[in-house]
Design a protein around this ligand. Structure first.
Ligand SMILES: [Fe+2]
Length: 351
């Protein structure tokens, strides 16, 4: 049975060989959980561990039932409510009198509450069944981007600013007609053009407020630009795009793909990683994407997945060259290296 690190108790027996993301053994199967081992697991950011069932109280790991997730979920819902109030006030109020502090407070709160949440990516993924509005998406993008900023070693001031960038990046969508924004089918070219205008609309709206940081305004305008020039609105390339817009672009694309939409189910994180590996390395800042992929996949080490052949398996080792195709262990004990087995792929995460 799998337990989150916070639920592991001293004296339990580990039910599997545990490895770092580089494939080094942390501890073998059957070893006893000690305070030293817990410290080591924290150091290597192992978020959950298989334990032998005789050695525990009969708690089955399900991140959605952990106290941490329940608190996270209610805090996100509250953040979303606050964001609705804040963004709506920006849409309706006089730029000279509008109180921008509300957004700054919300950014600071989200940053403080989640900066040490090592399960954040997994929790955001599990939140997706609850909603896919602009507001929820923006809260999630802010949190994911701040983690990416942390992984990239940015100073705290810039990491906090990334949360604000995430909260504001899609504000222009609130000015797009609802029938286009919420259309369940594919947009026509004309509708797509209107949808894409959310970046200029968002920038123009934010630009009226002198208290909003220029870097936040820029992200609203540039978060759909891509390093190879394939993005929009201005088809900028490489260094023409600022650091904050590049980071939000990755968090935005990842969040959008892994969340449920009116017209499709959420896409499995391993499939999304496959997209980033195949197409994303040129579209996004390569060194940012590589850092992002290695970190998010680390949080999926030891999780259960459904394979395209119908078997369930556990992720054992992330392949450094093809991260979307890890080594997995099927329930019958057989190991499958998905990087050399193209006919089999991961189709779904299993609770
Ligand atoms: Fe956008």
């Amino acid at each position: 049975m799998k337990l989150s690190l916070e639920n592991i108790k001293i004296g339990m027996n580990v039910g599997q060989d545990l490895y770092t993301e580089n494939g080094q053994l942390i501890t073998p199967k059957n070893s006893v959980v000690t305070p030293e081992l817990i410290a080591k697991l924290k150091k290597f950011r192992i978020s959950c561990v298989e334990v032998i069932s005789d050695s525990l109280d009969d708690t089955i790991f399900d991140i959605k039932s952990t106290p941490g997730f329940i608190t996270f979920q209610s805090e996100c819902t509250e953040a979303k409510e606050n964001l609705i109030t804040s963004l709506d006030s920006i849409l309706s109020e006089d730029p000279n009198n509008c109180n921008i502090d509300m957004i700054k407070d919300l950014s600071a709160l989200l940053y403080e509450k989640n900066k040490k949440n090592i399960n954040l990516i997994d929790m955001v993924y599990n939140m997706h069944e609850y909603s896919d509005t602009v507001y929820t998406h923006s809260v999630n993008v802010g949190m994911i981007a701040s983690h990416l900023g942390h992984w990239l070693g940015l100073p705290e001031e810039e990491i906090k600013l990334l949360v604000t960038c995430g909260l504001f990046h899609d504000i222009g969508k609130l000015l797009i007609p609802k029938e286009i924004l919420e259309k369940p089918d594919k947009l026509t070219p004309a509708e797509n053009k209107i949808m894409q205008s959310h970046v200029s609309k968002g920038f123009e709206l934010l630009d009226q407020f002198k208290d909003i940081d220029d870097r936040v305004k820029k992200v609203a305008l540039l978060h759909h630009e891509r390093c190879d020039g394939s993005g929009y609105y201005m088809h900028l390339k490489g260094d023409q795009i600022d650091k904050f817009s590049k980071i939000i672009a990755i968090a935005d694309a990842y969040e959008a793909m892994t969340s449920e939409r009116a017209y499709r189910e959420p896409i499995c994180p391993f499939t999304v990683v496959g997209y980033f590996e195949e197409e994303g390395l040129h579209k996004f800042e390569t060194k940012y994407v590589l850092k992002f992929l290695s970190k998010i996949l680390n949080s999926y080490l030891h999780t259960r997945v459904l394979l395209s052949n119908g078997q369930e398996a556990k992720v054992i080792l992330i392949n450094k060259n093809i991260r979307s195709k890890p080594l997995v262990k099927v329930d019958d004990g057989q190991f499958i290296d998905l990087s050399v087995t193209p006919e089999i792929s991961i189709v779904k995460m299993v609770d």
